[in-house]
Design a protein around this ligand. Structure first.
Ligand SMILES: Cc1ncc(COP(=O)(O)O)c(C=O)c1O
Length: 395
């Protein structure tokens, strides 16, 4: 059969990361490549108990079709836990925050529309946007995220004005970086001044190590922002539960897009999460995730300092989340190094995949949350050995 595909299908590409993950799922490999939360943090017993309660109290309701907006009590819980005034009527429960990215892309992007992103940015967002054929423009960014001046400069004007800027202020994927209070204020001021809508994505915000991050961008500018949240990193990603908070003017269109996509997010999962959360469970549970991830970050920082000594490698110190960002010595291509590292049973993600333009081939993303401290020690030592050999072969 000769299938004729829509032109947009050509814009759908396999995630480079998912392809890499296939290799790294080989037994025996120490993988810093994944973007998965630690399975040690999944509250299995609580879900088991909640499942029984949901089915006993209203099993038929939980198994029936339901409202596209989401399960009322869950929308209320979401609205109540956000640090600015949100009505539950502004909350759309999505099938993961990834679906929020897809819905916003469908509603806001025409072919050729300008969309601003951080440098680098979350690959899954680039994947969600690209079938809508935007002109994705990377904004200059440093250790605190986007430059407010460059954001305003690249916002465009009139019909060419960017449809939105996609920003990740907390423990960003891929770099782990966080926007300071001053940067947030400057970004919001610049966006409001030039009339640039913001799409804020915050799946990692609760995973801080020593102090909570400054309030979200949306809290400062709710009428000009869309906000995405997720239960994937604080409860479990397999639930596929996230949420979108939209200003009243935009909500109906996003809801129509949601209806067309999948009618509604699984009602059973929504009720289970509402049930698990109802007695302040997250206030007890999330601190245990923070403590675990902090100890793993510390182990990775210590291993890097120990093993990379004398090699011209730099890295940041993320203050929350799951990822650390490193830069390899001049002239090293991290995609090439990965092939050699996998031979030694250690894997990471080459940073180039995360750039809209002007990729830096020396960068790598390291996840510190799915390996034990012993694996982190061994894996970073192997990585350093691989790099030393790679560099010495080139000189
Ligand atoms: C920045 C960012 N946004 C969105 C997502 C999607 O998360 P989910 O669909 O599981 O809520 C991820 C997943 O890793 C992410 O890192």
């Amino acid at each position: 059969m000769n299938w004729t595909l829509a032109a947009r299908a050509a814009k759908m590409n396999p995630s480079v990361i998912r392809e890499i993950l296939k290799v790294t799922e080989r037994p025996g490999i120490i993988s810093f490549a994944g973007g998965l939360p630690s399975p040690l943090t999944f509250p299995v017993a609580e879900f088991q108990a909640a499942c029984a309660r949901v089915l006993t109290s209203d099993g038929a309701g939980a198994l029936q079709y339901a409202a596209s907006e989401g399960y009322g009590p869950l929308r209320e819980q979401v609205a109540a836990q956000l640090p600015w005034k949100v009505s539950p009527s502004q909350v759309l429960i999505t099938t993961g925050s990834q679906q929020g990215l897809d819905l916003v892309a469908k509603v806001m992007i025409d072919p050729g529309s300008r969309v601003l992103v951080e440098t680098p940015t979350y690959l899954g967002a680039l994947q969600a946007f690209s079938p809508m054929e935007p002109d994705v423009v990377g904004v200059e960014s440093d250790d605190e995220g986007v430059s407010a001046e460059d954001l305003a400069r690249r916002a465009g004007e009139g019909a060419g004005r960017a449809r939105f800027a996609y920003l990740l202020p907390n423990f960003q994927n891929p770099t782990g970086r966080t926007m300071s209070e001053a940067r947030r204020a400057a970004v919001v001021e610049a966006a409001a001044r030039v009339g640039l809508p913001l799409l804020e994505d915050n799946p990692y915000g609760e995973l801080w190590f020593d102090a909570p991050p400054p309030p979200p961008l949306t809290a400062r500018h709710p009428e000009g922002s869309l906000y995405l949240g997720s239960f994937s990193k604080v409860l479990a990603p397999g639930l596929r539960l996230g949420f979108l908070v939209a200003p009243p003017a935009l909500y109906p269109k996003l809801l129509q897009a949601k209806q067309a996509a999948d009618l509604h997010t699984p009602g059973f999962n929504q009720r289970m999460v509402a049930e698990v959360m109802k007695d302040g469970f997250l206030d007890r549970h999330v601190p245990t995730i923070r403590a675990l991830y902090k100890s793993q970050r510390d182990a990775m920082l210590a291993a890097l300092s120990r093993e990379m000594a004398g090699l011209d490698v730099t890295w940041n110190v993320p203050v929350g989340g799951m990822f650390l960002w490193a830069r390899l010595p001049q002239g090293v291509d991290s995609a090439q190094l990965l092939l050699e590292a996998v031979e030694r049973n250690v894997a990471f993600v080459p940073g180039a995949a995360f750039y809209a333009q002007g990729a830096d081939p020396r960068t790598i993303r390291l996840s510190f949350v799915t390996s034990t401290v012993a694996q982190i020690d061994t894996g970073i030592a192997e990585l350093a050995r691989t790099l030393r050999e790679h560099v010495s072969r080139r000189t």
